[in-house]
Design a protein around this ligand. Structure first.
Ligand code: SAM
Length: 221
């Protein structure tokens, strides 16, 4: 059964985005991190297993093409992390999160496809710096990476993440004063997202709209 929780200017849906997204209006920005189809969540590390993490199958296949098409109907501006795993139109505007401390067994960077006609950009963010934020989602994105992503759509008032996970985009939107709509199918991740967004909403927006409009300058790809 689909459930909707409203927290301040955030709307969190517990349900399948294949059912919920068609019901939603258009947004200024879709910023999301869908399954990459690489079965990462199916292979918990020995440390995650020690903490009781079980293999999960949600990352075994990428989202279907029709769902990517539906997301593109829901906004003119899209930022899709893991976009290199999908058949998306050519773009100039890739975003790269570079992990300076990635071990040899891991990729040095993750890529986001954007629909924006802009220069490609790189952000350095270490994995270890992100550990303090972890709430138990196996592919939780760093908050800084999602806030940086939003900075490329400085006037976007409404943001949707149909694959919300632990709600990192929702936390970034709460801090930046943007309205957020997120969807998550897994109950435990939905609860994590509700808790994180409630905490962020209680703290209020951290930056004034003027401060948020500062362009972010990082190295060119
Ligand atoms: C890559 S993770 C997102 C992680 C998120 N960016 C974070 O920082 O926590 C993708 C999420 O999409 C969820 N998911 C997969 N298929 C879904 C569907 N059809 N509808 C809604 N959520 C789905 C998974 O349960 C998983 O939590």
């Amino acid at each position: 059964m689909v459930e909707k929780v409203v927290i301040g200017n955030a709307e969190l849906w517990h349900g399948d985005c294949r059912e919920v997204l068609p019901l939603l209006p258009r947004f200024d920005l879709v910023l999301t991190d869908p399954p990459y189809g690489i079965a990462f969540a199916a292979q918990p590390t020995k440390w995650q297993r020690r903490d009781g993490k079980m293999p999960e199958d949600w990352d075994n296949a990428p989202a279907p093409d029709w769902l990517m098409g539906l997301m593109r109907e829901k906004a003119d501006r899209l930022i899709i992390w893991g976009g290199n795993y999908y058949s998306l139109p050519p773009t100039r505007g890739w975003l790269a999160w570079r992990k300076p401390d990635a071990p040899p067994s891991m990729a040095d960077m993750e890529l986001a496809w954007t629909s924006m006609d802009m220069n490609s950009k790189v952000l350095d963010q270490s994995i270890s710096a992100t550990n303090a934020e972890r709430v138990g989602h196996p592919t939780q994105k760093p908050l800084r990476v999602m806030a940086w992503s939003i900075s490329f759509a400085p006037d976007a008032r409404t943001v949707c993440d149909p694959f919300m996970g632990s709600g990192t985009v929702g936390v970034a939107c709460s801090q930046l004063g943007r309205s957020f709509v997120g969807i998550e199918r897994d109950r435990k991740y939905f609860e994590m997202a509700c808790n994180r967004v409630a905490q962020a909403q209680a703290q209020g927006a951290l930056l004034t709209p003027e401060e948020q409009r500062q362009p972010v300058q990082e190295g060119l790809l």
